[in-house]
Write a protein that binds this ligand. Structure first.
Ligand code: NDP
Length: 484
């Protein structure tokens, strides 16, 4: 089944849909490989128009009370929930992810972000510092125009995770979705207007790297938040630094999931499945290096093989389907390249391992065992349904090997030893860690990476720090002294 996902127009600027731009941008449904809509890439004039709209709208938006801004965001959350099915179908058509997932993980997560930050908006403030008779206070102020740039795996979630804290703090935003998934951010823009956001508060322009680059270096932009790969993150961070702009970088990972022999194996297998095959493995925080303690290795692998029989591929719009195609020909070719390397470098194939015939971009859920730390699949982010199982003997060894990567996005540990769980979580060099679960990212909890995986945090109160700045106001109660 396909649905009509053609948007009213390609861009959303200053409260309305706008058509125009340069090249065509085809939107492909990954299940069938068909073009389901054709948009246009923005030209420089449209990018400048979007930034100008955001700049013009920002002072009045920041001047509104937090209660008023929060009410609009919470109303947008309600509208998003009411339209969850429509938004989920659009997301499925854009990404290929099964409706079973998009119904619960995409617009639903976006609505939570709007609700959470809408709730915080009224209580953002500073502190009072008494200095004898004098005193000082701090004000939390908006940064100005923020730019959001998204990846293709969670399009509306990323747009919402960025815009909700930005708007709560009194900023306005220009958002550029990934060229691969341009549709749902337009819906968010529409919903914010319907919820009462003034024109220009949230704008969407379509484009590839060149549009992103123009936004990042625009003199009227105060902050850039990117979700993307490490190579893009490097470029965007450097370009933003030129103008000393604030940044949030949510980048890639090669995260470890360490399973000790005292763990509940069934739960550990569930976590390994979620951490490698949800969204066909196209999740930044995935635990793609599954370290299993030697004593339970065979039991773990045999239970995993058993559970993989439950995979149901097929029409992503069928709610029984629990595994969808990959997002694009480009991404599946990258993953095919890693499969070839894994097999050439001697990883033991437990299941899957190949691309299925089209239409669409189908990669089997794949598990390799006996993976060594120096194999390519253990070192590089694959961003597809490929799990590497590595074995280890001691806790010390597991921590050392888990941390032996330039990435530091996430990490998980499974154990029934309470002290060990906390000890290992503390030892992980990663921004987001889990004990006895994996990949849960509720909006109340800060999310982000360390090392090459990122800068800053999304979600939780922590995100407020990254979308606002402090102003100090010193108040003198007496005379002003001077040496002469
Ligand atoms: P890319 O890094 O290829 O692209 C990310 C975004 O940046 C896209 O919108 C892209 O545009 C844009 N872009 C590319 N070049 C530039 C530039 N020079 N200046 C400004 N913007 C630019 O990532 P993918 O879209 O392929 O997404 C996959 C990656 O995202 C993975 O590495 C994954 O780990 C990471 N990711 C991280 C998450 C996190 O929260 N830490 C969450 C989800 C994904 P376009 O693609 O349209 O050309």
């Amino acid at each position: 089944m396909t649905i009509d996902v053609k948007p009213t127009a390609s861009h959303f600027i200053n409260g309305e849909y706008i058509e125009g731009g340069t090249e065509d941008l085809p939107v492909i449904y990954p299940y069938t490989g068909e073009v389901v809509a054709t948009l246009k890439l923005a030209d420089d004039a449209l990018v400048d128009q979007a930034v100008a709209a955001a700049k013009a709208a920002q002072p009045a938006w920041a001047a509104m009370s937090g209660v008023e801004r929060g009410r609009i965001l919470r109303r947008a959350a309600d509208i998003m929930r009411e339209r969850n099915r429509e938004l989920s179908e659009i997301e499925t058509m854009d990404t290929g992810k099964p409706l079973q997932e998009t119904l619960v993980a995409d617009a639903a997560s976006g609505a939570e972000a709007l609700e959470y930050f809408g709730g915080l908006a009224a209580s953002l403030g500073g502190e009072h510092i008494q200095l004898g008779d004098d005193f000082a206070y701090t004000r939390r102020e908006a940064l100005g125009v923020c730019v959001g740039i998204g990846a293709w795996n969670y399009p509306i979630q990323i747009a919402s995770w960025k815009s909700a804290p930005a708007l709560a703090c009194g900023n306005t935003m220009v958002f550029k979705p990934s060229e691969t998934t341009p549709l749902s951010a337009l819906k968010l823009a529409e919903i914010l207007i319907e919820a009462g956001a003034p024109a220009g508060v949230f704008n969407v322009v379509q484009g590839k790297g060149a549009v992103g680059s123009r936004l990042v270096t625009h003199p009227d932009v105060a902050k850039v938040s990117l979700t993307g790969s490490v190579p893009t993150g490097r470029k965007v961070y450097a370009a933003a630094a030129e103008g000393l702009r604030h940044v949030t970088m949510e980048l890639g990972g090669k995260s470890p999931l360490v399973i000790f022999d005292d763990a509940n194996i069934e739960n550990a297998v569930s976590a390994a499945i979620n951490a490698n095959f949800y969204s066909s493995g196209q999740i930044c925080s995935n635990g793609t290096r599954v370290f299993v303690q030697k004593g339970i290795k065979e039991a773990f692998l045999s239970r995993l093989a058993e559970r993989l029989k439950g995979v149901k591929m097929g029409d992503p719009m069928d709610e029984e389907v629990n595994f969808g195609p990959m997002v694009s020909e480009q991404q599946i070719s990258i993953v095919e390249g890693y499969q070839a390397k894994a097999q050439a470098e001697g990883a033991r194939l437990i299941s899957g391992g190949k691309r299925l015939d089209g239409p669409g971009y189908w990669m089997e859920p794949t598990v390799y065992a006996d993976v060594a730390d120096d194999m390519t699949i253990a070192k590089e982010e694959i961003f597809g349904p490929v799990m590497s199982v590595l074995d280890f003997e001691t806790e010390e060894e597991a921590i050392k090997r888990a941390n032996a990567t330039e990435f530091g996005l996430a990490a998980g540990v499974f154990t029934n030893d309470l002290s060990r769980g906390h000890r290992v979580a503390a030892a992980f060099e990663a921004g987001t860690t889990w004990i006895n679960t994996y990949n849960l990212t509720p909006v109340e909890v800060p999310f982000g990476g360390s090392k090459m995986s990122g800068v800053g945090r999304e979600n939780g109160r922590a995100a407020i720090e990254h979308y606002s700045e402090m102003k100090t106001v010193y108040v003198a109660m007496g005379d002003t002294e001077a040496p002469f």
